[in-house]
Design a protein around this ligand. Sequence first.
Ligand SMILES: Cc1cc2nc3c(=O)[nH]c(=O)nc-3n(C[C@H](O)[C@H](O)[C@H](O)COP(=O)(O)OP(=O)(O)OC[C@H]3O[C@@H](n4cnc5c(N)ncnc54)[C@H](O)[C@@H]3O)c2cc1C
Length: 393
Amino acid sequence: MRKNEHRVVVVGAGYAGMLAAVRLAHRTRRTGVRITVVNASARFTERLRMHQVAAGQELADIRIPDVLAGSGVTFVQGTVTGIDPDTNTVTVEGAPPLGYDTLVYALGSSTDTSRVPGAEAHAFTLNGPQLAARFAARLREVAAAGGAVTVCGGGLTGVEAATEIAENHPGLAVTLLSLDEPGGMMGPKARAYLYRTMARLGVTVKAGKPVTKVLPDAVELAGGELVASDLCLWTTGVRVSPLAADAGIAVDERGLIVVDATLRSVSHPNIHAIGDAAAIRLAWGQIHGTCQSGMPTAQYTADTIARLLRGKPVPPFRFGYFHQPVSLGRRDAVIQFTRADDTPRRAYLKGRAAVIYKELVSSSPPKMHRLSKRMNVSATLSKGGRVTRQPAA
Ligand SMILES: Cc1cc2nc3c(=O)[nH]c(=O)nc-3n(C[C@H](O)[C@H](O)[C@H](O)COP(=O)(O)OP(=O)(O)OC[C@H]3O[C@@H](n4cnc5c(N)ncnc54)[C@H](O)[C@@H]3O)c2cc1C
């Protein structure tokens, strides 16, 4: 290590961690900053496309070392097993411990199957490409046998998964089970389009009752109704890694790292939390984990660390939602444009234009990762306008 070298360790190379690492490397290329990224797999997980894998499609094989090539960032493949904020050390399974001066915590989130009996044992999730591919293999068998598939959770991930599955396997009985009305956060026109498309693709929607149990061949709803299910995909509920809480870093009731206005841990200011793993409150409310918000948190944090290293003041983080892009299979989509707090505006896109828009959204993070090695491109569509503007000090 060079004298005075500042060590930055980024844990998690998903959408947020990867952008933070490459952007910071570009921003600090003439200074003594050594950046190391740790990720469980060497393949970059395109979570935005996991429902495509579940439906049987293959994705491009994006290798993290290839993305990082030429950036100066060191990649360590391994599972992070512990963080010690007293000694500023990260432990990685199968690799030597990593010391840091600044830690960027970007371990994301996953779908929580622990809350409903039987979900852990009998339902699949989209928590990674291997699981999604296993679901796809089972789906082929169920489709060949003329069976029934249930998708639990009527959020945007559930809608995308149900429509993708139905489009890829016409004739298969696909039921979307949801406590709330799917697309409830959209405006009436976009929601109506969503329902028309689901009906066209043959997706049955059952909303209003919570799932109480997942069985090997059925899903039970409150009141005891059984919905036939040879294969169940669980998409609702989110959990985060317990690593932050275990390390004594201040977390909220869900385990997300509580951050200040500059996205630094309120208990450990040399830890910056980004993406799904951070509890971020803004003037309009709390960010809910999306790639749309995760990328701006990464961009901001890279810039913040670069500024702090140069002794410059740091403006507070600003962000507002801009859209809810929803694929409905490969040939249809609907995009609801939103206000900063994610409530719907009147404008929306549907059909072919929406398909092109959605594909642009899904394909842009990997492009942005590569571009950010050479230039400062912005991943922030909206800073939230007047709502997040701070009064002059
Ligand atoms: C099917 C699906 C569709 C979605 N569609 C959209 C959409 O259209 N728009 C949108 O904005 N959002 C969407 N999301 C949400 C979006 O994917 C997440 O908000 C986003 O991935 C969060 O980025 P992140 O970098 O915080 O976490 P992630 O992308 O999850 O990255 C976390 C990384 O950390 C690694 N990791 C975790 N634990 C460890 C450990 N202990 N050791 C080492 N590495 C570890 C993981 O392997 C992963 O690479 C979708 C999610 C799903 C599942």
